[in-house]
Design a protein around this ligand. Structure first.
Ligand SMILES: [Zn+2]
Length: 489
């Protein structure tokens, strides 16, 4: 009996079930699909009854509804949760939906103004959304150089490259507290974009996160092998900050931050976890990154650090490989031009993606195929073609693992990333035999193929492989904020 209670408490989203009523009608039934749930290990043909935005019933028996989706031969899984999505416009949300994503959050850097971000998206979002509070933006404001509207990363300059005085650090903390009060899910720190931030400033931000009981999502200080400033040093810095403050830590895109030392960085994450620290990580399945060329990432020394040169930088629209002259022109411009950075190898990416510690997160932004293709690409390349990840494990990396990470920020995440009765009906129905990405570096917004249906809170967003017009069921995932805000958390 005790074991049963234990099971019920930890598995399943309780509170909305009305068992015992015969021949119930559902709003929608997904019939005959291969239902997969990484938390319970379910992998069997089941019928799924959906009512009021929730999964009301999972059963081998027949369920009745006005709309029945026939899913024979298709996989039915929890919708994918992308912890790292910058493109938050509708065009990006459409390609995310067709890639199987039902929740896409801006956590690496964070929106400069959380309240405004939430206001703009409410009632206008295909999929679920949310954001961290941005250290980069708070710092830029305190230095008197607030980010231009619509941008999340600053141009390299005094505001990114100079250390903050103690009173400036206090002011940054004040701004971050306000952003967390507004519903921020975490503190986002793009440390490489603010190289002037001292080790102490980083620790102070982790302290603030710990004080709020919230995690830090971070793009670490540096990449490459040159010491000082290696990726190993940068991982040590944030693991140290987590250790001394108690804040949970999520290291974003360990593939592109650690490059050739990715497996070493993963062993550091494993070591930290083995010693009781709450450290998690993620990766995207591409060899190139993308970033603003006028950012501090390209401060002097970037070639030595990354082990690349001008011609490894490519403009996404034209495919132009840069020269020294062209680089200088764009780097010194105040206009933000994003550039593809070819700094990794396929071999490294192929080792990182299957690692059991690694969640899939896209770092999606227009101009890079990872925006549209990350999830289908993992399912096609690593599950089907290379066979280095099982379907169950791939789905775990895309659903349960990010949901569990999000539970550090919001109890609402307990209802996500799971195909269980009582959970939110965020569901993807896809063909595991054919799903594939179509986005390329030349055509980065080509949507993936193979997602037949996608539901967000019970509403069909993708129906028979096509985006449904005029529905916006996406809702915010919010941090604990201030009590009494009156928002559905
Ligand atoms: Zn990043």
């Amino acid at each position: 009996m005790r074991k049963l209670i234990f099971y019920f408490f930890f598995f399943g989203c309780i509170g909305v079930l009305t068992p015992g009523v015969a021949a119930q009608q559902y709003d929608l039934v997904i019939e005959g699909g291969r239902a997969i749930d990484p938390e319970t290990g379910l992998d069997a043909v089941r019928n799924i009854g959906i009512r009021d935005g929730k999964i009301a019933r999972i059963s081998p028996g027949k369920l009745i509804a006005a709309r029945v989706i026939h899913a024979d031969g298709l996989v039915v899984a929890p919708g994918f949760i992308d912890l790292h999505q910058h493109g938050q416009d509708l065009a990006s949300q459409r390609v995310k939906a067709l890639d199987g994503v039902t929740t896409a959050l801006e956590l690496e850097i964070g929106a400069p103004d959380v309240a405004q971000f939430l206001r703009q998206k409410e009632g206008h979002s295909l999929i679920n959304y949310g954001t961290s509070a941005s250290h980069v933006a708070a710092r830029a404001s305190v230095f008197g150089a607030p980010l231009p509207a619509g941008t999340i990363l600053p141009k390299s300059g005094p505001a990114t490259n100079q250390p903050a005085a103690p009173e400036q650090i206090e002011a940054i903390e004040g701004r971050l507290r306000a952003e967390l009060d507004a519903g921020g899910l975490a503190i986002g720190m793009g440390i490489q974009y603010t190289p002037g931030a001292t080790r102490l400033e980083v620790i102070d931000m982790f302290r603030l996160a710990a004080e709020r009981g919230l995690p830090v999502y971070t793009h670490i200080r540096s990449a490459g092998r040159v010491e000082p400033g290696s990726s190993i040093e940068a991982v040590s810095e944030v693991i140290g900050a987590a250790a001394v403050t108690g804040a949970s830590l999520h290291i974003v895109h360990i593939n592109s931050s650690c490059l050739r030392d990715s497996m070493e960085c993963l062993s550091m994450v494993a070591g930290a976890r083995a010693r009781g620290l709450d450290v998690t990580t993620e990766a995207y399945p591409y060899i190139a990154g993308i970033t603003p060329i006028n950012s501090a990432l390209f401060n002097p020394g970037w070639q030595e650090k990354l082990g690349i040169s001008y011609s490894d930088l490519v403009l996404p629209d034209s495919g132009e490989h840069l020269t020294k002259e062209r680089f200088e022109e764009l780097h010194n411009s105040s206009a933000t031009q994003w550039v593809l950075v070819y700094a990794n190898t396929q071999e490294i990416v192929d080792q990182v993606i299957p690692n059991p510690l690694v969640m899939i997160a896209s770092d999606g932004v227009e101009g890079h195929p990872r925006n549209a293709g990350s999830y289908a690409r993992v399912l096609a390349e690593y599950v089907r073609e290379k066979g280095t990840i099982t379907l169950m494990d791939a789905i775990r990396k895309m659903t349960l693992m990010p949901a569990e990470m999000l539970e550090r920020s919001t109890t609402g995440a307990r209802h996500k990333g799971r195909l269980q009765e009582g959970c939110d009906a965020d569901i993807v129905v896809f063909d595991a035999a054919t799903i594939h990405d179509r986005a390329t570096f030349q055509k980065p917004m080509e949507p993936s193929e193979g997602v037949h249906y996608l539901l967000v809170r019970g509403t069909l967003v993708v129906d028979e492989g096509k985006i449904v017009d005029g529905v916006f069921p996406g809702k915010a995932l919010l941090g604990p904020g201030k009590p009494g805000l009156g928002i559905d958390r």
